[in-house]
Unconditional design. Structure first.
Length: 489
């Protein structure tokens, strides 16, 4: 009897599966195949929420390019939202009071202020679409305010920072080599379709393809490569074994060439900005002077000569320093138009009102027709001069705290890694003037982790902690046991 019931049950399930698969075809079949793995992943995530955070790191590198490989219009960006939300829920159920206290960190409160301001933008009278706000606010503040507390709670150890750097560098190598493949052997069918649907306007210049790997575009790929390049370079000259240094030099060289193939000019300032901050942080005048001379020489070589113009990559770098460059002039003209429009709108036009989201949800409006090439122009347009000032203050505050922490650290290995993260962070916020880098994946994700580690790094340094303890409880050597102190009036 039981066998008959079981057989009937399996038969009914088989019929239902067969019918739904016949209607939904390969997508439905793929869903049913993936379902057991999905359930297993959810069980694992709720047992250990750190799994969700690690998934977000890995996913950040591929989410923008998956649509070119997997057809069907799957919203992979929303899949990232779902993973983050599930991680937050799992953490709430698993976190202890002691772990929750880790959120009591100045960085969290600094970013909470910025997040609150962006939440208020939903009622901005100038905003035309609540849906556009939902999509656009994710990169502006929502991912950040979810990830920073999660990192503080789930990945707050020195070993976690080392793990992040390894994941970051390995994915950067993979993406760079995929870019090399794209340069040597051409693009896939999905990538060609993306180019034909509008991407080639900015990615095929004078018959040369700007390499974008599996990132959102060449600008983001170039910035991510430059970010990894400068951070790996600073680790390569640090106090490490030869084997470690060889790896860091390899990452630096591979990612520099990946940046060069992107044909993007702005990421040059990631390397330049990060390099000059490093010269300041090491506090060595001779090295600072030598670095300034070398940097000045390279700048003059690009700015005032035509050496190497036959090389496409060098020529593209050089145009980034040309004040008469046609692309730069268009950006300046756009900013003049925006200045007139925003003069009477101190809170901006609303998050999601400009750029691609504006074109999608409020076509025909003034802001939807103006290109938002710069991250800071985007913030200015969508949150107004009030939001721009608040945002810049937030970024500078984080930078100042990071620099102070660097000077406090005593451990050479830890200090070099925090210098690397800090200089990479500074390079990104400098280069974001020319491109929308800061809120894009994977750069944004790496920056959120960097911020947290820049703030909590002194907790991992015993010598620094001992020095703090001594400063809080100063001991007068004259009052130590065994000595007599006599005050003479």
């Amino acid at each position: 009897m039981r066998d008959g019931i079981a057989f009937a049950g399996f038969l009914i399930i088989a019929v239902i599966l067969g019918y739904t698969i016949s209607k939904g075809q390969i997508i439905t079949a793929g869903f049913y195949i993936a379902l057991p793995f999905l359930i297993g992943y959810l069980i694992l995530l709720f047992r250990n929420p750190k799994v969700g955070l690690l998934t977000c790191i890995h996913f950040a590198f591929i989410t923008n390019g998956l649509g070119r490989f997997i057809p069907g219009g799957i919203p992979f960006g929303l899949l990232t939202d779902a993973i983050l939300l599930l991680t937050v829920v799992a953490t709430i159920f698993k976190v202890s009071k002691e772990d929750a206290r880790r959120m009591n960190n100045p960085l969290f409160y600094i970013m909470l202020i910025w997040f609150a301001y962006t939440m208020l933008q939903v009622v901005n009278p100038e905003a035309r679409s609540k849906e556009a706000w939902f999509y656009a606010v994710r990169g502006v503040s929502l991912y950040m305010i979810q990830m920073i507390p999660l990192i503080l709670i789930l990945m707050n150890k020195r070993e976690d920072m080392d793990q992040l750097i390894k994941i970051w560098f390995i994915w950067s190598i993979i993406s760079a080599f995929y870019g090399f493949k794209m340069d040597l052997f051409g693009v896939t069918t999905g990538e060609r379709q993306w180019l034909d649907e509008g991407g080639k306007i900015t990615h095929e210049i004078h018959g040369r393809l700007r390499i974008f790997s599996f990132y959102s575009d060449a600008g983001q790929f170039g910035a991510a490569m430059a970010h990894t390049c400068i951070s790996a370079l600073l680790l390569a000259i640090g106090p490490y074994t030869n084997r470690q240094k060889y790896f860091y030099w390899f990452v630096c060289a591979v990612c520099f060439w990946g940046y060069a193939l992107s044909g993007s000019r702005g990421p040059l300032f990631v390397i330049a900005g990060g390099g000059f901050l490093y010269l300041f942080l090491i506090g060595n005048f001779r090295i600072l002077l030598t670095g300034a001379i070398i940097g000045g020489f390279l700048f003059c070589l690009l700015k005032f000569t035509h050496i190497g113009d036959a090389n496409y990559q060098i020529h593209r770098m050089r145009t980034g320093l040309d004040p008469n460059d046609a692309s730069l002039q268009v950006r300046i003209d756009n900013q003049k138009r925006l200045a007139v429009y925003l003069a009477t709108r101190p809170l901006g036009g609303g998050i999601g009102s400009g750029g691609s989201w504006g074109a999608r949800f409020s076509p025909g409006s003034f802001l939807s027709d103006v290109a938002l090439d710069s991250w800071y122009v985007k913030i200015w347009v969508e949150t107004g001069i009030v939001g721009l000032i608040l945002h810049i203050i937030t970024l500078i505050t984080v930078l100042i705290v990071a620099c102070i922490k660097v000077f406090q650290l005593k451990d050479p290995d830890l200090r070099q890694k925090i210098i690397s993260l800090t200089c990479g962070y500074f390079g990104i916020i400098v280069a974001s003037y020319g491109n929308q880098i800061l809120g894009q994946m994977p750069t944004g994700t790496i920056i959120y982790f960097s911020m947290v580690y820049m703030f909590i790094c002194t907790q991992w340094d015993p010598e620094t902690q001992n020095e703090f303890a001594d400063n809080k409880n100063p001991v007068n050597p004259a009052l130590k046991p065994g000595k007599v102190f006599v005050k003479i009036s």
